[in-house]
Design a protein around this ligand. Structure first.
Ligand code: GLV
Ligand code: MN
Ligand code: MN
Length: 430
């Protein structure tokens, strides 16, 4: 460790003004106007009209900060604050601006706004580090439209190319590739999207805590050690559609009861096997019952399964147990079970060095923090495939997220931004 540099960095960042909660609130509220469901929370699904408008708005904010803007074939947006030695590998910060259905106004957006506000602070203090700092808006972290999450960061990690983008279809049968093309993204340059290891020095993402842990522990910041990763499946259970009054209990092959037993089994098995970090989750978040009538025994059910873990090996073991149990239930209830895997991602450990930078900044500013793991996945999970990553959490009220009730105080995002800006400068001046 070069102590002289460390000291110099902290002297430099003493010049930084404090982040403005009012400016953070202004941008978040402006973003929140781009919303398909203003009557119930915020819905901004990838490449719908409000999402495209929100992208344009963020680009305007980037322009006002004097950032140079670039977009890639996967729709990722990059706003660059140029360093004094722009040939050096840059530092990235950012998150996403798409949402799940009926979400809140903080998940993802806070990280983009904290990145912009960090740049405003550096500008105001006239601090130009050696490396450039890039504010990134990753395309569709949420799986809402295409069933697969982290589309932009997945493409940057070389795990989603033109061919995969052609195969990914939304519920209307439109492919991601077609949609990108129709919006004039340079799809012919898909092969230029992946980032080689070494091309990005480090990436730091601020995000809201989605567990409630920070609030429960009375901490303003969470410094993330590991990001849990999901395995996502779609199952179809086919039984026999028949008459609710005429089919005795013994003669039924009820697709819904079989699916319900499978969902409960996933819950049971996961509770009994939380893994090395004492944290694993299994969720059946969607179930579609066909034909869906009071007096008809359901003949077909589609349902999703999302299993997450901080350990890849444990996730494998747990999903094998769950899938084995599903097959046992299907055989016992004489229904047919088919399944499709969407993704089986790897948990991502956060860089020790970035954790140390975030810790030093929090301590310097006297902001209460704790180490934590992320149960939610984030773009950093995929960015970590090609660069060291760090994540900084700010509290969510009651830990509620993916809900209109999601709330984070703007002052807390400002405190997180103060730490983020210092860590970004320290990393960028190396
Ligand atoms: C992303 O929002 C996730 O589902 O963790
Ligand atoms: Mn989310
Ligand atoms: Mn998010």
């Amino acid at each position: 460790m070069n102590l002289a540099y460390e000291q110099e960095d902290s002297l430099q960042t003493d010049l930084l003004p404090k982040a403005s909660a009012a400016n953070i609130e202004r941008i978040l509220r402006n973003l929140n106007h781009f919303n398909s469901t203003p009557e119930f929370g915020t819905t901004r699904v990838l490449f719908t009209e409000p999402e495209v408008a929100a992208r344009n708005y963020i680009k305007q904010e980037m322009q006002q900060l004097g950032l140079s803007i670039r977009e890639d074939a996967a729709g990722n947006i990059f706003g660059t604050y140029e360093g004094t030695e722009p040939v050096l590998a840059p530092i990235w910060t950012g998150s996403h601006i798409d949402t799940v259905l009926n979400a809140g106004m903080f998940d993802g957006m806070s990280g983009v706004v904290a990145g912009l506000e960090s740049i405003r602070l550096l500008e105001e203090a006239q601090l130009r580090p050696r490396r450039s700092i890039v504010v990134v808006v990753y395309t569709s972290e949420e799986p809402t439209r295409f069933g697969l999450g982290c589309l932009g960061s997945r493409a940057l990690a070389g795990k989603l190319g033109a061919e995969e983008a052609k195969k990914l279809k939304d519920k209307d049968g439109k492919s991601l590739y077609e949609v990108l093309q129709s919006l004039d993204f340079p799809v012919d340059h898909f092969d230029e999207v992946p980032v080689r290891r070494g091309d990005v020095k480090a990436a730091v993402e601020l995000h809201i805590d989605q567990t409630g842990e920070l609030e429960r522990e009375g901490k303003t910041l969470g410094i993330v050690r590991t990001i849990c990763a999901p395995s996502v499946y779609d199952f179809k259970v086919t039984g026999r559609q028949s008459h609710a009054g005429g089919t005795s209990m013994a003669r039924r092959r009820d697709a819904l009861m079989a699916s319900a037993e499978m969902a409960l089994a996933a819950e049971e098995l996961t509770k009994a096997s939380l893994g090395p970090d004492d944290y694993a989750t299994a969720t059946v978040g969607r179930m579609n019952v066909i034909p869906g009538a009071v007096n008809v025994i359901p003949g077909e059910v589609d349902f999703s399964l999302d299993v997450r873990d901080a350990s890849f090996a444990h996730k494998k073991e747990l999903t094998q147990k769950i899938l084995g149990k599903f097959e046992e239930i299907a055989a016992k209830r004489q229904v047919k079970l088919t399944g499709k895997e969407y993704n089986d991602d790897h948990p991502m450990p956060c860089s020790e060095e970035i954790q140390a930078k975030l810790t030093a900044a929090a301590e310097e500013l006297g902001i209460p923090y704790m180490k934590t793991i992320s149960g939610a996945f984030h773009d950093s999970m995929l960015v970590g495939e090609f660069a060291p990553v760090g994540m900084l959490f700010v509290p969510s009220r009651d830990g509620i997220s993916h809900s209109p009730q999601e709330w984070t105080d703007f002052e807390d995002i400002a405190a997180g931004t103060d730490v983020l800006a210092r860590a970004l400068y320290a990393l960028a001046d190396e």
